[in-house]
Design a protein around this ligand. Structure first.
Ligand code: APR
Length: 243
């Protein structure tokens, strides 16, 4: 295990993907048990599918709401939230839409791909948040279908959000990517900004990814186990002499 200590870094960015929530029971998108194997995005997760059959798209998203509502943040989410409580300068940039970082207590969270728990209306612009699972009424008061406020395939990311996340990356001195296959752009590329800024880059994953070469430390194992090891390394053992 590396001798990295979170306390040696002022600005820490956690860049998380579906593997972060896998231990909570939320399926990942790719790999074993990946959701895109069972549900093709062209039918369930793009604007064209929604325009064609909003009820079917909502069935899928209500299924996901129900699934995530039955999951709890895991020890990894809680360790990240604890680090944020203990010190300023901790930011989460996540591709996840499940809200588990926030449920664990993280507050500085940029949700690059939106949230399963928000809706917006493309007709009147109304935005709402609800943790109902399933969402019973998928109609906006204006009569149109509400749309999950999620970045689907083919959608643009919010430019404000992307700017804020890029800013955080550019000020990081430690970047920890956790549980992402680094296969969806532009998110996948954000750690390059931290690299350019001179940050130390750490990748936590079960396996190598197409961008693993970018990282100074490639730590293989589950998100919660590796984070626990990193946090333990930061805590001096009882009775150990200060140095
Ligand atoms: N701990 C650490 N890593 C894990 C764990 C775990 N317990 N379980 C799985 N992983 C790793 C896998 O090895 C894989 O590299 O998590 C990664 C999950 O990859 P994806 O399913 O592709 O998830 P993600 O990278 O977040 O996907 C990006 O694609 O379709 C979309 O919009 C969706 O935000 C998502 C984007």
């Amino acid at each position: 295990m590396t001798t990295l200590r979170f306390s040696d870094f002022a600005n820490v960015v956690f860049f998380t993907g579906a593997g972060m929530s896998a231990e909570s029971g939320v399926p990942t998108y790719r790999g074993r048990g990946g959701i895109w194997k069972e549900y093709d995005y062209e039918t369930y997760a793009c604007q064209t599918a929604f325009d064609r059959d909003p009820r079917r798209v909502w069935e899928f998203h209500n299924y996901r709401r129900g699934l995530v509502a039955g999951c709890e943040p895991n020890a990894g989410h809680r360790l990240i939230a604890q680090l944020e409580r203990e010190r300023p300068g901790v930011v989460v940039v996540t591709q996840n839409i499940d809200g588990l970082h926030q449920r664990a207590g993280s507050r500085n969270v940029f949700e690059l791909h939106g949230s399963l728990w928000r809706t917006r209306c493309e007709r009147c612009g109304k935005r709402e948040a609800s943790d109902d699972a399933p969402l019973a009424d998928v109609h906006c008061p204006c009569g149109a279908f509400k749309r999950p406020d999620i970045v689907w395939f083919g959608d643009m990311l919010s430019s404000d959000l992307l700017r804020a996340a890029s800013e955080a990356m550019s000020h990081a001195d430690l970047l920890v990517a956790i549980g992402t296959s680094a296969s969806v752009y532009p998110a996948a590329e954000l750690p390059r900004l931290a690299q350019r800024a001179g940050a130390v880059l750490v990748e936590i994953n079960l396996e190598d990814t197409p961008l693993s070469d970018l990282y100074d430390h490639r730590l293989r194992g589950t998100a919660s186990a590796i984070l626990a090891e990193l946090c333990d390394a930061a805590t001096p053992a009882p009775g150990s002499a200060p140095h």
